[in-house]
Design a protein around this ligand. Structure first.
Ligand code: ATP
Ligand code: MG
Length: 598
C-alpha cells in the first residue's frame, strides 16, 4: 500500500481518532514491510534466544542429578560448560536481536515522522492557525518517538514471551499435570488484575500527554515573541501562565507515575505470592517423593522465568495502550484533510498570466465574510495597485490567488482557467509572493535567497542584486553571500529582509508577482531606487502590488480600491486620477507629502 494512503485509511474510520485493529495491520505492513529482511532476522534471533533460555534449567537439573548420582568430574565439567555456553549464547543472541529491533523501530518511526511532516506541510492555513507550532512539534516528534518500541518489539515480544510461557507450562505439566494447571490458572488471574490496572493508568497517561503538548505550545509561542513580551510588559502574565501550565503538567505526571508505581508494586506482590505457591507445592511433592531435589530447583527457575515473561507481556500490553494513545493523537492530525486539494493539473501558457476574479466571496473559519462579490479582470502583463484601509481584505485576496484558501463562492481564474484545476506545487512556482512578514531561515544569505536550491549559481544571485540596484547594500555585508542569518531575523533589519524577499522573487522568475506591502519598511530613497529597478524587472509579468503609500502604486496600469471587502473602484490609474469624483483622485489630494494614505 502506498504510504500516502495509509493514513487516509486511518482517517477514513468513523471515529476521527480511534485506531482499529485492521489499521494497526496496515501500519505494520506499511512501515515494517520494506524492512522485511531485518524483521525476519530479528524474529529468528528471538526464537533462538527463547530456545536457549528454556534449555538452561534443564541443564541445571541434569547437573544436580549427576551430582546426586556421584557423576564423574569430567561429565560434570562438560555439563557446567554446556550451561555456561547456553547462558552466554542466550545473552549474545538477544543482544543481536535488540540491535535489529532498535534498527527496525527507528527506521519505521523516522519514516512515519517524515510522512507526518509532509502531511502537515500540505495542510491549509486554517489547520496551522488552529494548532500552535509547539503542539505540532510535540505530536510529530515526541508522540511518534513513543511508537518506537511498539513498532520494533510489540508483536515479537508478545509472541516470544507467549510461546516461551506456553513452553514452560508444558514442561511443568510434564513433571506434574496439577502443578502445570495451577500455574496456568494463576498466570491468567494475575494478568487480568494487571490489565485492569493498566486501563486506569492509561487515562492518566493521556492526560499527561495533553498537558505536555499544551506546555510545548506555550514555549513555542513564548520563544517566537520574546521581544514583544518584554516590550509590552507581559512578562509577569506569561510567567504566571507558565507556572499554571507547569503545575498542571507536574500534577498530571505525578498521577501517572503514582499509577505506574502501583502497577509495578502489584506485579512484584503477585510474583512473591506465586513463588510462595510454587515453594509450597513443590515442597509437598518433594516430601511425597514425587519430585527430586533437581526437579524442584528446575521448577523454581522456570517459575522465575515464567513470572519475568508474564510481567513482560503486561509491560508490552501497556506499551500497546500507550502506543494507542499516541497513535490517536497522531491520527487526529492525519484525520485533518486539507480543504485545499490538489487539482488534476492545468496548462499554463508561457509569459505573463491573466487574472480574473468572478463574483468571489470569502469567509475565514470563524464564518465572518471578509470579501463580498469581488469581480475584476487583469490582462496578462498589466500591473495593478491594490489599495484600501487596514482590514479591508487586501491580503486575503492575495491568499486566494495563492490558493492558501478557496473562495466560499465564485471563482478565481488564472490564464482563463479555474485555480482549483491547478496542481498546488505547479501554481506556487509560477507566482512570486512577498508578504508583509518576511520569514528567514537559519543559514547563509545564499541559502535564504535560493531556498537551498543548489542549481542557482552565485553569479545569477549577484546579477539579480545588481539589477535591483542594491549592490551598495550587498557590499556592506561582512561575508557577502556567506553571511550567516538566523531564523528570528537576526542580522537583518526589517527593510533589509524585504529587499531579500524581493531578490528571492526575481530569482524564482515567476509569471505573476504579488507584492503585499513589500516595500513598506524601506526608506523613501531606497524604495524609489528599488522602484525603478523593479519596474524593469516586472516588465513582461502580471503584477499585483498592495501598498499603503500612494507613491508605491503611482507607476501601476490599474488601481483597485477595496473597502470592507468590496470593490469600491477599479479602472485605469490615469482615468481614475483624471476623474475628480473618483476615490483615488480624492485620496491623491488628501495624502500627505510622504504619499501616505491618511
Ligand atoms: P492590512 O492593510 O492591515 O494588511 P488587509 O487589507 O490586508 O489589512 P486582511 O489581512 O485581508 O486585511 O484581513 C481582512 C479581514 O479578515 C480582517 O477583518 C481580519 O481580521 C480578517 N482575517 C485576516 N486573517 C484572518 C484569519 N486567519 N482568520 C480569521 N480572520 C482573519
Ligand atoms: Mg495585509
Amino acid at each position: 500500500m502506498k504510504r500516502s494512503h495509509v493514513f487516509q485509511s486511518l482517517a477514513a474510520h468513523n471515529s476521527p481518532t480511534r485506531v482499529t485493529l485492521r489499521q494497526y495491520g496496515t501500519l505494520f505492513t506499511t512501515y515494517l514491510g520494506p524492512q522485511w529482511f531485518r524483521v525476519v532476522c530479528m524474529t529468528l534471533l528471538l526464537i533462538g534466544s527463547i530456545v536457549l533460555e528454556l534449555l538452561g534449567p534443564q541443564i541445571i537439573r541434569i547437573f544436580i542429578d549427576a551430582v546426586q548420582h556421584n557423576g564423574n568430574g569430567q561429565v560434570l565439567t562438560i555439563i557446567a560448560l554446556l550451561y555456561l555456553g547456553a547462558a552466554i549464547g542466550s545473552r549474545l543472541v538477544s543482544a543481536c536481536a535488540s540491535y535489529f529491533s532498535e534498527n527496525v523501530g527507528w527506521n519505521a518511526i523516522n519514516q512515519l515522522r517524515a510522512d507526518l511532516t509532509r502531511h502537515c506541510l500540505n495542510l491549509d492555513r486554517s489547520f496551522h492557525t488552529a494548532h500552535t507550532p509547539g503542539e505540532l512539534l510535540e505530536r510529530v516528534d515526541s508522540n511518534v518517538e513513543q511508537l518506537s518500541t511498539f513498532f520494533s518489539q510489540f508483536v515479537i515480544r508478545i509472541l516470544g514471551s507467549g510461546i516461551l510461557m506456553l513452553g514452560i507450562l508444558v514442561l511443568m505439566a510434564r513433571e506434574n499435570i496439577w502443578f502445570g494447571v495451577t500455574m496456568g490458572m494463576y498466570l491468567l488471574l494475575s494478568n487480568v488484575v494487571l490489565t485492569s490496572l493498566q486501563k486506569v493508568a492509561m487515562v492518566y497517561y493521556k492526560r499527561h500527554l495533553q498537558a505536555q503538548a499544551e506546555l510545548s505550545g506555550f514555549w513555542g509561542e513564548l520563544l517566537s515573541s520574546l521581544e514583544d513580551i518584554a516590550s509590552s510588559g507581559a512578562a509577569r502574565y506569561m510567567l504566571r501562565h507558565y507556572s499554571h501550565l507547569q503545575r498542571r503538567e507536574n500534577s498530571a505526571e505525578l498521577k501517572r507515575t503514582a499509577f505506574w508505581v502501583g502497577f509495578e508494586g502489584t506485579g512484584m506482590s503477585l510474583e512473591a505470592l506465586s513463588m510462595l505457591v510454587v515453594l509450597i507445592l513443590s515442597a509437598s511433592f518433594f516430601v511425597q517423593g514425587r519430585f527430586s531435589i533437581a526437579t524442584v530447583v528446575m521448577l523454581l527457575i522456570y517459575t522465575l522465568q515464567l513470572l519475568d515473561h508474564a510481567y513482560d507481556i503486561a509491560e508490552q500490553l501497556s506499551t500497546f495502550q500507550q502506543a494507542t494513545a499516541n497513535l490517536e493523537r497522531i491520527n487526529e492530525i492525519y484525520h485533518t484533510q486539507s480543504r485545499v486539494q490538489d487539482g488534476p493539473g492545468m496548462h499554463f501558457p508561457a509569459g505573463a498570466l491573466a487574472v480574473c476574479f468572478e463574483d468571489v466571496s470569502f469567509a475565514y473559519e470563524n464564518g465572518q465574510t471578509v470579501l463580498h462579490h469581488i469581480s475584476f479582470q487583469l490582462v496578462a502583463g498589466e500591473t495593478v495597485g491594490l489599495i484600501g484601509r487596514t482590514g479591508s481584505g487586501k491580503t486575503t485576496l492575495t491568499r486566494l490567488l495563492m490558493r492558501f484558501y478557496d473562495p466560499t463562492s465564485g471563482s478565481v481564474l488564472l490564464a482563463g482557467q479555474d485555480l482549483r484545476l491547478a496542481r498546488l506545487d505547479d501554481l506556487r512556482t509560477r507566482i512570486g509572493l512577498v508578504t508583509q512578514e518576511v520569514q528567514l531561515f537559519r543559514g547563509t544569505l545564499r541559502d535564504n535567497l535560493t531556498f537551498f536550491d543548489e542549481s542557482l549559481s552565485d553569479q545569477r544571485i549577484l546579477q539579480a542584486i545588481e539589477q535591483l540596484g542594491i549592490d551598495e547594500w550587498y557590499a556592506g555585508l561582512p561575508r557577502g553571500l556567506d553571511t550567516e542569518l538566523s531564523s528570528n531575523g537576526g542580522g537583518l533589519s526589517a527593510g533589509e529582509a524585504q529587499l531579500l524577499a524581493c531578490i528571492r522573487v526575481f530569482l524564482q522568475d515567476p509569471q505573476l508577482i504579488i507584492l503585499d506591502e513589500a516595500t513598506s519598511r524601506l526608506d523613501g530613497a531606497t524604495e524609489k531606487a528599488l522602484g525603478e529597478a523593479t519596474e524593469r524587472l516586472l516588465a513582461g509579468r502580471t503584477v499585483l502590488v498592495i501598498a499603503h503609500r500612494l507613491s508605491t502604486v503611482e507607476r501601476m496600469d490599474r488601481i483597485l480600491v477595496l473597502a470592507d471587502g468590496r470593490v469600491l473602484e477599479y479602472d485605469r490609474r490615469k482615468t481614475l486620477a483624471n476623474d475628480p469624483t473618483s476615490h483615488y483622485s480624492q485620496l491623491l489630494q488628501r495624502t500627505n507629502s510622504e504619499g501616505m494614505l491618511t
